[in-house]
Design a binder for this molecule. Structure first.
Ligand code: DGJ
Length: 731
């Protein structure tokens, strides 16, 4: 592979030319635009000597250490590529262990490395480190996605001591960046308030992003973040690193501006309450820390991450998704077979692909008529569904629509048969009162019997209903009173083993049902991460579907996740007109959760037409390149654009986000078009009976649209405007 050869060249140059002696090894971690250079010095310390934009002349890499000086006292310590603790290092460690003899020191030295080509565009760098004093070794892995400039980094820890060692800390990655200042964009939230951004300059010391919630790890703070170097990056300018941990549980990300003004980032599973005992000869594999970097601003880095996610991570990322009608907000728990029959007909009438039956369809002794009973008892409620799901799935087939179903298989209500039968499967402290989140408790997925049970819920749904076409997997409770009956004295493994147990179940489901679309939901967006998105085709960003709120939230999510993965439903939340609600939901996978048979004739017609329009433009939204044109946080009108790979067609969504008197749009500069091509601009998705304010033949060159711009004419009478751009035949 070309890029492997390039990497080797760097190594040879660095070792053969000039100042660096042969005893030193430089390991290039190179992608299309970026370079990370690791160097093992004579003493065997593995250091990061550079991370950032690739240099045009590779021969100049050897000069880096002349310019970037680290005081001799700190070299290999502050810039360690995987900082160990208890020896010379006094900085925040990536790894910390207690040996079988009780000693707490670790000092990892470079032994060897490999660079392998493991697929078209993908290579794997592995570096073996060993402690000379104790038989403990760590292999650092860097999986490089060359074109997308994405790196997944993880470590595998093993030892050959006489007894178990304890991993007190076991990070996935330890990065080191050099700049004049560092600007962190982080997120916080809660139910219905996901993805609230904050951007601040990092000061000396450690800033920690973390979660200790067990499940729903993102509820208060997700692991994704970005760091701009020298000044906050804009969409098109600036150096910026995106990072996030591929782990659906407790995480800890330390961002430390060190005494030499460099930024150390140490990311991994949170070691809170989790010292992990490791047997001799066993591997402990950390989850991957995902990161990518661009010197061309946030837009470039997002587009590369989106491409990576569609190509390599999200199941069927390059495929299609079902539009749907969901019944959660139209019925809540109050439905029966005849109501659902009506909803199947509405699904057809609306023109969407699938009906999604939400919470409330199960439980008999403890019927699921509210959120306080039934979780765990996954048999159809006989009163609501006397003929079972089978008959509904068949009816859907007759209507010509698909059928999907909601489950929350990790959970149990104390009012359930499952709870009575298997108290040992429930996470709770044996000597303390139970404490509930949404009246429920979490099942102990560290226990293989519980894993089998959870897998069996999904498997038997498919076995009994082969026509089932979609799963919404919910997870509404955090873990209180963390204690696993199964783990006995090994409680400190619990948080890690829970997530590993969850992934084991999801692996089994994906082996048997590789293509079924599944939504990742967690009482809103309480669990959105690329660890879980390996299994799920889409995520539910938030229960807050107020379209104005969603414009802001979807904007922030879009830094990290492609539109195809964002499940957006039209509901009755918010004060915006129906058209605004539908337009906002179109920037992802469109769904509806409203009462169709209560819509006026023109609202219904509008929705039906909108579904048709969406079906025409969805390939551009799902697979095209996204350009965030106007930030809702900084402008009166927010604007987001999707352009297909041929630059032949585009869709531009524009929304009024400031409702003060007299506010209207100004020309918006489009992006991503071919300057030489000519495009026809058409307003689509008009409400029945209204005319577009954009009259005449709207034909412009890409150059014009990107230099002078286009005014979508958004104002208080036209609060959302969707534009379609199509290349004129012959350019
Ligand atoms: C929380 C989810 O976010 C909602 O969409 C809905 O499925 C409810 N749970 C059902 O209990």
């Amino acid at each position: 592979m070309n890029f492997l050869k390039k990497g080797t060249v760097v190594w040879l140059l660095l070792t053969a030319l000039g100042k660096i002696s042969i005893a030193q090894v430089v390991i290039p971690v190179i992608t299309s635009h970026n370079a990370m250079l690791l160097q093992a010095d004579k003493g065997g310390d593995l250091k990061t000597i550079y991370f950032g934009k690739k240099l045009a002349d590779q021969a100049e890499y050897k000069k880096i250490t002349e310019v970037y000086k680290t005081s001799a006292d700190y070299t290999g310590v502050l810039n360690s590529a995987y900082t160990s603790s208890g020896s010379r290092n006094l900085a925040e460690p990536a790894i910390s262990v207690t040996h079988a003899d009780g000693n707490k020191s670790l000092d990892l030295k470079y032994i060897s490395h490999k660079i392998e080509n493991i697929g078209n565009d993908v290579s794997l760098v592995s570096i073996l480190l060993k402690d000379p004093a104790y038989p403990v070794e760590v292999t650092l892995y860097y999986k490089l996605y060359y074109k997308e400039d994405v790196i997944e980094q993880w470590s595998v820890i093993r030892h050959h001591e006489k007894g178990n060692i304890v991993l007190d800390k076991y990070a996935s990655a330890n990065l080191y960046l050099k700049a004049g200042s560092y600007w962190l964009r982080q997120y916080h939230g809660d139910w219905a308030k996901e993805m609230q951004p904050e951007e601040t300059e990092l000061t000396h010391g450690i800033k920690t992003l973390d979660s200790k919630l067990g499940t729903r790890a993102n509820l208060f703070e997700p692991s994704m973040f970005m760091v701009s170097l020298n000044k906050p990056a804009t969409e098109d300018e600036g150096s910026v690193l995106y990072g996030s941990l591929e782990w659906s549980g407790n995480f800890k990300i330390d961002l430390e501006v060190d005494p030499q003004d460099n930024l150390r980032i140490i990311a991994g599973i949170n070691n809170y309450a989790s010292p992990y005992a490791l047997k001799p000869g066993e591997d402990f594999t950390t989850p991957a820390f995902l990161y990518t970097f661009s010197d061309k601003g946030k837009g470039d880095v997002s587009r590369k991450l989106h491409t990576w996610a569609r190509n390599y991570k999200i199941p069927d990322g390059k495929g299609s998704r079902y539009t749907l009608l969901n019944n959660w907000e139209s019925t809540y728990f109050d439905f029966d077979e005849s109501k659902l029959s009506g909803l199947l007909k509405d699904t057809k009438k609306l023109g969407v692909d699938l009906f999604l039956l939400d919470d409330g369809w199960f439980g008999n002794k403890y019927p699921r008529n509210g959120d306080n009973a039934g979780l765990g008892d996954w048999q159809e409620n006989k009163k609501k569904l006397p003929n079972g799901l089978v008959s509904l799935v068949k009816e859907a087939q007759k209507e010509g629509v698909k059928f999907g179903i909601w489950v929350e298989p990790e959970m149990v209500n104390p009012k359930s048969d499952l709870y009575l039968k298997h108290p040992d499967w429930v996470i709770k402290q044996p000597k303390r009162p139970e404490y509930y989140f949404r009246n429920q408790l979490v099942l102990d997925l560290a226990n293989p019997a519980v894993q089998n049970f959870v897998y069996g819920i999904i498997d038997s749904l498919f076995i009994k209903n082969p026509g089932l076409a979609y799963i919404k997997w919910d997870c509404n409770a955090v873990i209180y009173n963390a204690h696993s009956n199964y783990l006995g004295k090994n409680q400190s493994q619990f948080y890690v083993d829970y997530v590993k147990g969850l992934y084991k179940v999801l692996d089994r489901i994906r082996i048997k049902y590789p293509t079924v679309p599944m939504m990742l939901c967690s009482g809103g967006g309480g669990r959105v991460d690329y660890g879980a998105l390996k299994y799920f085709t889409e995520y539910w960003p938030s229960d807050n579907t107020d379209p104005l709120e969603r414009i802001f939230m979807q904007w922030e999510y879009s830094y990290f996740y492609p539109a195809i993965a964002s499940a957006n439903h039209v509901t009755d939340w918010g004060k915006q007109p129906l058209k605004f609600r539908v337009d906002a939901a179109m920037m992802g996978r469109l769904g509806f959760d409203i009462v169709i048979n209560k819509l006026s004739a023109s609202d219904l017609l509008f929705c039906q037409n909108a579904v048709k329009t969406y079906n025409l433009v969805k390939p551009i939204i799902w697979q095209g390149d996204q350009y965030r044109l106007a930030d809702p946080g900084k402008n009166n009108v927010a604007s987001i654009m999707y352009v297909d790979s041929a630059k032949a067609s585009a869709v531009v969504f524009n929304y009024l986000v400031n409702y003060r008197y007299g506010v209207e749009s100004k020309p918006i500069l489009f992006k991503g078009l071919d300057p030489k091509k000519h495009y026809r601009v058409t307003e689509v998705g008009l409400y029945p009976g209204t005319k577009s304010a954009l009259a005449g033949q709207l034909i412009y060159s890409g150059d014009f649209l990107m230099t002078i711009g286009f005014d979508p004419s958004v104002n208080s009478n036209r609060t959302s405007v969707v534009l379609e751009l199509n290349e004129l035949a012959g350019g």
